[in-house]
Design a binder for this molecule. Structure first.
Ligand code: PEP
Ligand code: MG
Length: 761
């Protein structure tokens, strides 16, 4: 077979465009396509295999193999050469195909006389729709230009397939899903709530109007110019004096620059343009291949790098003038449910809060910063739903329910009715919660419980008043360090804490000093490899080893307080001496302020978190030197049970209401009453915000709880319907039992005594 003539692919692309425009039905169109491709490429065989029902590939059209095998020959993903191309998303170019270990002979196709084989994936986004092959009798090597031509044709085919012009999309996709039918996805609930709204795509695929270039020489010049501009922009970013780049941030940007200058990438782009595509289509095609390849690798580093290439491709499209038009067509609808493959917290903050009712981020996990911000903004979020974005179209109806962990795309009218009813019930419940907002949290037997919120970002602050809470029981200052791209300077910290003070309007705030390390490492910090990060160099350990960090933070807090009372809480205290050493550093900062004539806090309280078991054996000592204690049950229970809180296999293995935990809390509460009855002991881990757990805590003598703002009302409702007297007796008993019935018995108690245990969702 002679090499493809230089004009070959372009002539072919034009011919394909004509066939696409013909008014014929799907199958004859596909038949025509394969025969035209075969003729143009001087191949004896050209076939199209498309994916069906998830893992199967079906021969859909052929020129050169037995036509009777069409729709009869099926291969599994990974089976045969075609299956291999589909599963790896990488072209396969073989001189002698039958010798390949994956060769699977199908007699019905009459394939045996053909030795050479070139197969390319038909990809769009990161999904492989099928495989396009050419074959010849003689053992020959297809050259690079031919491979390039076939890839270009496959892209056109993918576009046609994606539009549903050839076959119903539901026949092509994994599990029979399609962008037109109702579909249900399950994911991880990362921020609670129900949303019913309209789909909006965050950074969707750009819409390319023209795939085939009229003048390839001019097109190549356009691409080169855009590549030049892109590189210049990236270089300028590195040299910018505005960005204070150092350490890891600099390394990341340097790696990014290397990719922007990557010769392999620009060669692939230029080859695609030479083959006849427009520059925009070439960027899209090369990016599709990169995605398809990278997303199949187990290498986390490479998968992470895919974001760099995605980002570069988007920038390149902008340099080509495509940035403004995307498949969203601009305006964000009211009640938008935003879909993204990946999304940073800053991206989310760019949206106006009143437009977004829900969020789906394929690659988000519970500890992703986007999850923290979504929770703070009260936007329901589901993550871990790889592939959903490709199946979602702008304007689709969406129901997102993080209680059932489900996302319904294009739900039927029946499903809509069910969720409307559920939402109605939730609204009634919310109204009941709102009604007690300004009522005190006092039990029926007259015990006042302080209900505080956990916060960490400015967007949390409005919740302080809205929830009817008493104050902020845990302000996670490290969140501010985690969302930024550079370390906050002293002045930034001062203005941030000042804003917190101002919006609290006199309500008490407990600032926890930086709880960094473990899984909370800022992007700009050097990541130290640790075998067990949760047991590693974290929180107060960093503060004592790098005292300047703590002192600067305390200096910022004292300045922001500007004479108002200041409460500082130290995280991860393992022994009393650590607390004392940190207290000394704090006291020094107060003296420094006093010496300089700056205002010092009207009242300074320094407390410790109880979240490392060793401190339980120094309870009396810590109670005499700390002004208050707060039980961080998230960490404390992970260490008590030796069960990693971020490992889903074990995180929920042990009940937070087990006898061990009840005994533990009882001991802490009793020690408090015994040694320092006026010192507050609160609980600020997740259990404090769950009504049944909160009931047990109150019954064991805890009078201060700090929780996610949305749980204040349900917990208050529980407290106002509780008489602790009969509960105390039950808890005494439950502390001594040796089975797993505590939860059911407490539930039974609540039911019997009319204690309201309700969740907002
Ligand atoms: C805890 O450990 O319970 C706690 C409140 O702190 P964090 O969840 O931030 O570790
Ligand atoms: Mg903790």
């Amino acid at each position: 077979m002679p090499p493809v003539s230089v004009g070959g692919p372009r002539v072919l692309l034009r011919r394909l465009r004509e066939i696409m425009a013909e008014r014929i039905s799907a199958q004859p169109r596909l038949d025509k396509l394969v025969s035209v491709i075969a003729a143009n490429m001087v191949a004896e065989v050209c076939s199209v295999y498309l994916r069906r029902g998830g893992r199967e590939l079906e021969l859909f059209a052929t020129e050169g193999l037995n036509r009777t095998a069409v729709h009869k020959t099926h291969l599994n993903l990974g089976e045969g050469l075609v299956g291999l191309v589909a599963s790896t998303a990488v072209p396969l170019n073989l001189t002698n195909a039958p010798e390949h270990p994956n060769f699977a002979y199908r007699p019905e196709t009459g394939e045996d006389p053909f030795r050479s084989f070139l197969g390319v994936p038909i990809v769009r986004g990161e999904r492989v729709f099928g495989v396009l092959t050419v074959q010849n009798r003689t053992a020959r090597q297809y050259d690079e230009e031919e491979e390039e031509a076939l890839l270009t044709i496959a892209m056109v085919l993918a576009e046609v397939v994606a539009q549903g012009a050839l076959v119903d999309l539901s026949e092509l996709d994994e599990g029979g899903l399609s962008p037109t039918r109702p579909a249900v996805f399950r994911g991880d609930p990362l921020a609670e709530g129900i949303a019913i709204g309209t789909a909006y795509l965050h950074e969707p695929r750009v819409k390319i109007d023209s795939l085939i270039a009229d003048d390839p020489v001019a097109e190549l010049a356009r691409l080169d110019k855009a590549l030049g501009d892109l590189r210049q922009g990236v270089d300028a970013m590195l040299e910018s004096t505005e960005l204070d780049l150092s350490g890891e941030t600099r390394e990341v940007i340097e790696a990014y620059r290397l990719f922007a200058h990557d010769q392999g990438w620009s060669h692939r782009l230029r080859d695609a343009v030479r083959a006849g595509l427009t520059a925009e289509a070439a960027v899209e095609r090369v990016q599709d291949e990169t995605r398809a390849r990278f997303s199949r690798t187990d290498d986390a580093y490479l998968r992470e790098r895919l974001h760099d290439f995605d980002d570069l491709a988007r920038r390149l499209q902008r340099h080509l003038g495509l940035g403004g038009t995307n498949e969203n067509g601009g305006a964000i609808p009211a009640n938008a449910v935003v879909f993204a493959r990946a999304m940073g917290p800053a991206d989310l903050l760019d949206y106006s809060r009143d437009k977004i009712v829900g969020l789906v981020v394929e690659e988000a996990t519970a500890t992703s910063h986007i999850s923290i911000v979504a929770r703070a903004m009260g936007i329901p979020l589901i993550g871990g739903t790889i592939g959903i974005t490709d199946l979602t179209r702008l304007g689709d109806d969406v129901i997102l329910d993080s209680q059932s962990c489900e996302i319904h795309l294009r739900p039927s009218a029946e499903i809509m009715r069910v969720f409307d009813a559920k939402r109605g019930l939730l609204a009634q419940r919310e109204a009941r919660f709102a009604a007690i907002r300004d009522e005190p949290a006092v039990t029926k037997d007259g015990i006042r419980i302080a209900l505080n919120i956990n916060a960490g970002l400015l967007i949390d602050l409005p919740h302080l008043a809205e929830s009817g809470s008493d104050g902020i029981g845990l302000f996670r200052t490290e969140l501010q360090f985690l969302i930024g791209t550079t370390m906050p300077r002293l002045a930034d910290q001062i203005s941030f804490y000042k804003a917190v003070y101002d919006s609290a309007e006199g309500k008490p705030i407990t600032f926890r000093t930086l709880d960094l390390g473990g899984d909370k490492v800022p992007n700009y910090a050097r990541r130290v490899r640790e075998e067990n990060p949760a047991l590693g160099w974290r929180a107060i350990r960093i503060a004592l080893d790098r005292p300047a960090l703590l002192r600067y933070q305390v200096r910022a807090l004292i300045t922001a307080a500007n004479g108002r009372p200041l409460k500082i809480m130290l995280p991860m205290v393992s022994e009393v001496s650590e607390f004392q050493a940190a207290k000394l550093l704090i006291d020094r900062e107060v003296s420094r302020a006093a010496q300089r004539g700056s205002p010092v806090p009207a009242k300074l309280e320094i407390g410790a978190m109880v979240e490392v078991p060793s401190l339980l054996f120094e309870l009396h000592q810590i109670l005499t030197c700390a002004d208050f204690l707060s039980v961080g049950s998230n960490d404390l229970l992970q260490f008590i049970f030796a069960a990693d809180r971020s490992n889903p296999t074990v995180a929920r293995r042990y009940d937070t209401l087990s006898p061990a935990v009840l005994n533990l809390i009882r001991r802490i509460a009793l020690a408090g009453a015994d040694v320092a009855p006026r010192r507050t002991i609160s609980v600020c881990g997740e259990m404090a915000g769950r009504p049944l757990e909160a009931m047990a805590l109150v019954g064991l003598g805890i009078t201060s709880l700090s929780m996610q703002a949305s749980m204040i009302a349900p917990v208050k409702m529980m407290i106002r319907s509780l008489d602790t007297r009969p509960l105390r007796g039950l808890l005494e008993q439950l502390c001594t039992i040796n089975d797993r019935s505590t939860r059911s018995r407490l539930t039974e108690f609540a039911k019997h005594e009319g204690v309201v245990i309700e969740h907002p969702f």
